[in-house]
Design a binder for this molecule. Sequence first.
Ligand code: NAD
Length: 276
Amino acid sequence: MTVPQITLNDGHTIPQLGFGVFQIDPPETERIVTDALEIGYRHIDTAAAYGNEEGVGRALAASGIPRDQLFVTTKLWNAEQGAETTRPALERSLAKLGLDHVDLYLIHWPRPDLDRYVATWRVFEQLQGEGLTRSIGVSNFHRPHLQRLVDETGAVPAVNQIELHPAFAQHELRAFGEGLGIRTEAWGPLGQGKYDLFGDPAIVRAAQAHGVTPAQVVIRWHLQQGVILFPKSVSRERMAANFDVFGFELTDAETAAIDGLDRGLRVGADPDTATF
Ligand code: NAD
């Protein structure tokens, strides 16, 4: 079971399938991430705002897995954006994770109302230069936010992590970012369980045809279009199933049927108006 490695625009590689820890209780995190590492996940997606970086760090340390075989992402929380606050925020995250660098550091939300993401990005470039993070990217950036970053700094983020699932396929934003060389990461890849994705006939038909679960079909749909994803589960059985997705391939017809589910259904916050 080999997870494909994707090469980012800075030359570093990222495992295409990882494990996300949003809403995993801090006291549970070490055990759950340990399960994920035992199953074979090597890419963990956390954030300062999740409050569970310490648990992630303890699981990484206890695993004994060499650092160069792990890929760890964390994110700068919105309140910490800015020229003075960004560096200390990454230093705090590193201390909690027990790491001397992360593999990917993201601006969690653009918060255009704050008007600080350009200044923040300039600090990100310094932090990358110093080796505190290998790659730098953004999350929840819409086209105008990406364009402004490129126009004002000349830099192209390695990734944009956005809400993305079959009912919210984000074709335009993906095409724009990917046209610039930005890889797309999907958050909420299973729709966060907020609509009946797994009961949809297009998904159920494909699952039956391949003898897999609906969740495995949705993960394949993401993988086959080159998207990076890290579905979350606290159940070891589901974690294992979500990782066991390299033994089958969706046909073009199955993919097209799932593509047909896009209806612009956002289940999370709108980055243009979010104020948290
Ligand atoms: P998700 O789409 O991965 O859905 C998670 C839910 O799906 C779980 O609560 C679980 O109940 C269910 N599920 C998982 N595997 C299943 C299976 N095999 N069968 C049936 N149900 C299953 O949602 P998510 O956790 O929000 O997104 C994944 C990751 O993306 C997060 O953990 C986090 O790392 C990241 N994320 C980032 C942002 C951001 O703003 N950048 C926002 C949300 C999430």
